[in-house]
Ligand binder design. Structure first.
Ligand SMILES: NC(=O)c1ccc[n+]([C@@H]2O[C@H](COP(=O)([O-])OP(=O)(O)OC[C@H]3O[C@@H](n4cnc5c(N)ncnc54)[C@H](O)[C@@H]3O)[C@@H](O)[C@H]2O)c1
Ligand SMILES: CC(C)[C@H](C(=O)O)[C@@H](O)C(=O)O
Ligand SMILES: [Mg+2]
Length: 356
């Protein structure tokens, strides 16, 4: 079980060590082989490259990737002058990770930590499947059209092929089939031709899954419904950009962006597992970030990367136990709870796993 561990930048450096502790506690009996690599700004500082060859080699000889986050003001600045694309986007594309699973599950212990009324989120369990290899993220042409002052113009292209939509639609229907058999496809087919194609192809694929109820929503209405009736959703399948935005919104239903893990799965066997949040420069280096999204991403890695359901559940069960004991990082803090830091939370989860 060769795992490339890429903490990256900002809080990535703080949360990933906690996920590693959880992995070691849950997988002590497994042949875990964890190897750390550099990526992002941390790597630029060390070697001048955001995705150095040593990290590419490490990924090549690994079975799965545990990723923290990359980014921050210095990095965004550096990227402007070194427009070679984001290493994360490159990994997603090179590894053909076309589907990003973002499970929006409410731990009942956090029902009052969410800014949304308890009665609206009781029993919340929805899955957003975000297409990860297409859309405006990768469409050509892109870039500066004119840099003449006063007439500057820049372009990005929303682009999808039928094959890309078909592939992620199948992932959506299959996931719904394993769950409550409801798939909601989110698009903007009332305005964008790319999204008309999206709706047509998802509808066609749907004919192969007569047991799954397919509905369609425009993205603006979906953003509203996520707050108004979040428990009505089972699986949402959507494009790269809409999925990015809707999943940050949906994270707040569970209490915090710091609670949401993700699994990026592709045509190959190798998956990439990462919290959905970023490097959070505003709280980095203070030992206050919530490590649970990273820890839960490690659980997804065991489940989807290695088919170790029991070990994955041990991690998830331990997270629940620790929350039930009232331990909270600042982002999910509530009255009467005990505030802990990143490391303390990580250690508590690892101990709960070990105690079994
Ligand atoms: N996958 C990734 O690597 C990834 C994802 C998103 C953003 N980014 C990058 O991260 C940098 C910062 O972006 P941003 O500030 O827009 O988004 P962010 O997700 O880093 O932070 C948004 C807000 O959520 C809070 N937050 C995020 N994770 C948290 C956690 N685990 N615990 C507690 N609070 C948490 C932050 O403090 C901040 O207030 C940018 O450079 C961006 O490109 C990277
Ligand atoms: C950092 C950025 C490229 C990334 C994305 O937009 O996909 C992030 O927001 C995410 O959700 O993983
Ligand atoms: Mg995002």
């Amino acid at each position: 079980m060769k795992i490339a561990v890429l903490p990256g930048d900002g809080i990535g450096q703080e949360i990933i060590p906690q996920a590693v502790k959880a992995l070691k506690a849950a997988g002590g009996h497994l042949p875990l082989d964890l190897n750390q690599g550099e990526i992002g700004w941390t790597s630029v500082v060390a070697s001048g490259e955001a995705l150095p060859q040593s990290t590419i080699d490490l990924i090549d000889r690994s079975d799965a990737i545990l990723f923290g986050a990359i980014g921050g003001p210095e990095y965004e600045d550096w990227k402007r002058k070194n427009p070679r694309g984001s290493p994360l986007l490159r990994l997603r594309q090179d590894m053909k990770l076309f589907a990003n699973y973002r499970p929006i599950t409410l731990f009942p212990e956090l029902i009052n930590a969410s800014p949304i009324k308890a009665e609206l989120i009781q029993g919340l369990d929805l899955l957003i499947i975000r297409e990860l290899n297409g859309d405006i993220y990768f469409g050509e042409p892109r870039g500066m059209v004119s840099d003449t002052p006063g007439q500057r113009e820049s372009i990005n292209t929303m682009r999808y092929t039928e094959a890309q939509i078909r592939q992620v639609a199948h992932a959506g229907f299959k996931a719904a089939r394993r769950r409550r058999k409801k798939l909601c496809s989110v698009d903007k087919a009332n305005v964008l031709e790319t999204m008309l194609l999206w709706r047509d192809v998802v509808t066609e694929v749907g004919r192969e899954y007569p047991d799954v109820e397919l509905t369609h929503l425009f993205v603006d209405a979906a953003a509203m419904e996520l707050i108004r009736r979040p428990t009505h959703f089972d699986v949402i399948v959507t494009g790269n950009m809409f999925g990015d935005i809707l999943s940050d919104e949906a994270a707040m239903l569970t209490g915090s962006l710091g609670m949401l893990p993700s699994a990026s799965i592709g045509t190959g066997a190798k998956g990439l597992f990462e919290p959905i949040h970023g490097s959070a420069p505003d709280i980095a280096g203070k030992d206050i970030a919530n490590p649970l999204a990273a820890i839960l991403s490690a659980a997804l890695m065991l489940r989807y990367g290695f088919e170790l359901e029991e070990e994955a559940q041990r991690i998830e069960g331990a997270v629940r136990q620790v929350l039930a004991r009232g331990l909270r990082t600042g982002d999910i803090m509530e009255k009467g709870a005990t505030r802990v830091g990143t490391q303390e939370m990580g250690e508590a989860v690892a101990k709960a796993i070990a105690a079994g």
